[in-house]
Design a protein around this ligand. Structure first.
Ligand SMILES: Cc1cc2nc3c(=O)[nH]c(=O)nc-3n(C[C@H](O)[C@H](O)[C@H](O)COP(=O)(O)OP(=O)(O)OC[C@H]3O[C@@H](n4cnc5c(N)ncnc54)[C@H](O)[C@@H]3O)c2cc1C
Length: 400
């Protein structure tokens, strides 16, 4: 009988893993994807959505046709519970699915509750809905400008998005002709500028410092937010930062249903995995992308998370798919790729400029790491968005 592989999540990790398992086994496997959303979202473009440079249709596509072409079953519903010993998952629609192998790629949720007043009084861009809401706040801000605070809170991990949004905001302020009258502050839990949650890169802090100075942006590093009130962020040190518009990247946690499975996830809900991306406790259950737990190899004065970006997510999904295929063939799952050893490849946009980040490893110690600034990176990011959406929609997951 054909083996059943169940994939939870249908974005970077889930879509890649599902189609890769099919590919590895030349179709000789039943793959089902379950996701609470019926669309793929290119999250990196959420930095542009609040400024009206993108709308929902530009950065999403329906996943059902992609899975149909790939001979993968798709169910739109949220997983609400799982029992790895019984090899079953319960869905919000009441269905109970069984599997031989499972790959968890359910991403994260915003841990709004970590910052008092965050959801009521600030904006973020980490989900489609929140980015749309931030766009409404931006329109109101343009009618009545004032100070702006943009940042990443204690425990946040998605620093790249905070920097991109910061520089895009500065660019938009110039375009609107109000840059001089707005005080722009970058508030971050990073111990130094350009740490990015990956320990920084050579000369990164000087480069970022230079950019901030050029854009007349005030920086507050090592910051921890005590609470956010209407129009005011108060740090743990009691410093008050008034704002007419703000965007804060909050800390993330794994999806709640994962925390209720004994031995599966860490207290923040991220699934504990081996370098094969098998879970520590169940050899037939894998986790990839944002859902997987990664420990930071450092301690910072203010807690800083590790960003699990798109490239490592795809890499993890391929490793997991190859290992599942090996197990189905009766072989040992031999492929290993520690998250820390995956190369870092990222383009950060700054409105009409940008920075290319390249490093031989996601986390230190590294042999090489460099940041290449320049307007070509903005164009590269635009091209990459189009290419990546095409690649995923067409299910061409073996392309780079
Ligand atoms: C604003 C922003 C900007 C970014 N910019 C970049 C960038 O420039 N470059 C880069 O490399 N990376 C960037 N990233 C990171 C990148 O988006 C992630 O690496 C990537 O999305 C991780 O993919 P994933 O599949 O693990 O998780 P996600 O993309 O979050 O997907 C999770 C999937 O699980 C589904 N799901 C959630 N809960 C359930 C449930 N209970 N049951 C079933 N399905 C569920 C969701 O619907 C979704 O399909 C950015 C992220 C953000 C938020």
């Amino acid at each position: 009988m054909r083996k059943k592989v169940l994939v939870l999540g249908a974005n970077f990790g889930g879509l890649t893993a599902a189609l890769a398992v099919k590919h590895e086994l030349h179709g000789d496997v039943d793959v089902t994807v379950v996701s609470d959303r019926d669309y793929f979202l290119f999250n990196p473009s959420l930095i542009w959505l609040p400024f009206g440079k993108r709308d929902r249709e530009d950065i999403t596509f329906q996943v059902a046709p992609t899975f149909e072409t790939g001979d993968v079953d798709f169910i739109q519903s949220a997983a609400t519970a799982m029992d790895p010993d019984a090899k079953s998952v319960t869905l919000a629609n009441g269905q109970v699915l069984t599997y031989d192998y499972m790959i968890i790629a359910t991403g994260t949720r915003n841990r709004d509750e970590a910052i008092q007043g965050f959801s009521e009084n600030s904006n973020t861009i980490t989900t489609l809905e929140s980015a749309i809401k931030t766009g409404e706040a931006w329109k109101k801000f343009l009618e009545k400008p004032g100070d702006i605070v943009i940042g990443a809170s204690q425990g946040a991990s998605c620093f790249g998005a905070a920097y991109e949004f910061l520089f895009n905001t500065s660019y938009q302020l110039k375009k609107a002709g109000i840059k001089k009258e707005v005080k722009l502050t970058y508030l971050t839990s990073e111990p130094f500028l350009g740490h990015f949650g990956i320990g920084g890169l050579p000369h990164g802090d000087q480069l970022l410092g230079m950019f901030l100075k050029k854009e007349k942006i005030d920086a507050q590093i090592n910051a921890s937010i005590a609470h956010i009130d209407k129009g005011e962020i108060v740090t743990s040190e009691g410093k008050s930062l008034p704002f007419a518009f703000s965007m804060i990247v909050p800390p993330f946690s794994g999806q709640d249903f994962l925390t209720s499975v004994d031995g599966l996830a860490n207290p923040a809900g991220f699934v504990k995995v081996k370098p094969t991306y098998q879970t520590e406790k169940w050899d037939n259950v894998y986790a990839v992308g944002l859902a997987a737990a990664v420990d930071a190899p450092w301690q910072t004065p203010t807690p800083v998370g590790v960003p699990k970006t798109g490239f490592p997510t795809e890499q993890m999904a391929h490793v997991a798919a190859r290992n599942v295929a090996s197990q189905i063939r009766g072989e040992l799952p031999m492929e290993e790729k520690d998250f820390a050893d995956i190369p870092a490849v990222c383009v950060m946009d700054a409105g009409n400029n940008g920075v290319l980040i390249l490093a031989d490893k996601m986390l230190p110690p590294r042999k090489h790491g460099l940041m290449i600034p320049g307007p070509q990176n903005h164009l590269f990011k635009l091209g990459f968005e189009k290419y990546f959406l095409w690649k995923m929609r067409k299910g061409k997951i073996t392309l780079p």
